[in-house]
Design a binder for this molecule. Structure first.
Ligand code: ZN
Ligand code: ZN
Length: 142
């Protein structure tokens, strides 16, 4: 399916900015990238020079709301977005540069982790962030 078809399948209007932003996220998915908004806007402008950063935010809101994209908000770093959705995967995040890498879900379905005490909650998902330092940042330190 094209990006436009995927948008329509979710009941969204396939506006040019939405199509372009979804294309950017799909391309980033192929290279396993998780992009901050500034970088998404930069890449979107290659195809659509007039798109504003605010418009990109609005597109990301619509895409995440429709389940076509996912946002990760590691504490202390700008949010990052990806098109890999619905597989309950987790992330490794570098404390220094914020680089974000996928970690497959151990079970393949949510929730793959159970709290020691659910406190009466019906647990639906677990979102795990493994914090550390990426190879590049580690080699810069030593
Ligand atoms: Zn790093
Ligand atoms: Zn991811």
């Amino acid at each position: 399916m094209t990006s436009a078809e995927r948008l329509r399948a979710k009941g969204l209007r396939a506006t040019r900015p939405r199509v372009v932003v979804l294309d950017v996220l799909d391309a980033a998915r192929a290279s396993h990238e998780h992009l901050p908004v500034a970088q998404i806007a930069e890449r979107a402008r290659v195809k659509l020079p007039t798109v504003s950063t605010q418009a990109v935010y609005d597109c990301l809101d619509a895409l995440t709301g429709a389940g076509l994209a996912r946002g990760i908000e590691p504490a202390g770093h700008p949010a990052r977005f990806e098109a890999r959705v619905g597989d309950n995967h987790h992330h490794l995040v570098c404390r220094d540069c914020g680089r974000t890498v996928d970690v497959d879900c151990t079970l393949g379905h949510a929730p793959c982790l159970a709290p020691s005490d659910t406190a009466g909650f019906a647990v639906e998902e677990a979102e795990v962030v493994f914090w550390g330092r990426c190879p590049e940042c580690r080699s810069q330190r030593s």
